[in-house]
Design a protein. Structure first.
Length: 161
């Protein structure tokens, strides 16, 4: 059984180690990381999942970004330790944080990912929104936290520095 809670400052390196385990240390070279450079994550949406012994099983983070005049949340990374995969932990982290973001009055979420996986959470392919290259446009997905929040939004995703 896992319990979800807000990531604390002391969790940072343990979460980073989980991300390295799940994505490899070269993950920070990905173009989406340029949107995170020198920008703090949204602390209320950085969540961890720990088992009854306090062992980290999963983590998720969000970052503020802009597309022209529109603000959005960049979801990611989300990771689950290999020993806890297949238990619905990533889904629990995603659902929990999307609802929290809605309560915080964010309107839209963007990520780079696989539509067959993220579509079940309400994500859809975005047209006219560009991530820093080299990003496959078919993997740029959005989610409306407010109905129609992505309507008319277009442009390049930029750091919210």
């Amino acid at each position: 059984m896992f319990t979800l809670s807000q990531e604390k400052p002391g969790d940072w390196w343990e979460v980073e180690a989980l991300y390295d385990l799940c994505f490899a240390p070269g993950r920070t070279l990905l173009s989406s990381y340029r949107l995170r450079d020198d920008v703090p994550p949204v602390p209320e949406l950085c969540r961890v999942a720990r088992d009854e012994n306090g062992i980290l099983g999963g983590a998720i983070r969000y970052w503020p970004v802009r597309i022209g005049p529109w603000r959005a949340l960049l979801l990611g990374p989300v990771a689950v330790h290999p020993t806890a995969q297949g238990e619905g932990l990533a889904a629990a982290l995603i659902r929990d944080t999307l609802e929290r973001a809605r309560q915080m009055e964010w309107g839209r979420v963007i990520l780079v990912g696989d539509l067959p996986y993220y579509g079940r959470f309400g994500f859809f392919r975005l047209e006219g929104v560009e991530m820093p290259p080299p990003t496959n446009p078919a993997r740029i997905l959005g989610h409306d936290l407010v109905p129609g929040a992505w309507e008319g939004v277009s442009g390049t995703v930029e750091r919210n520095a």
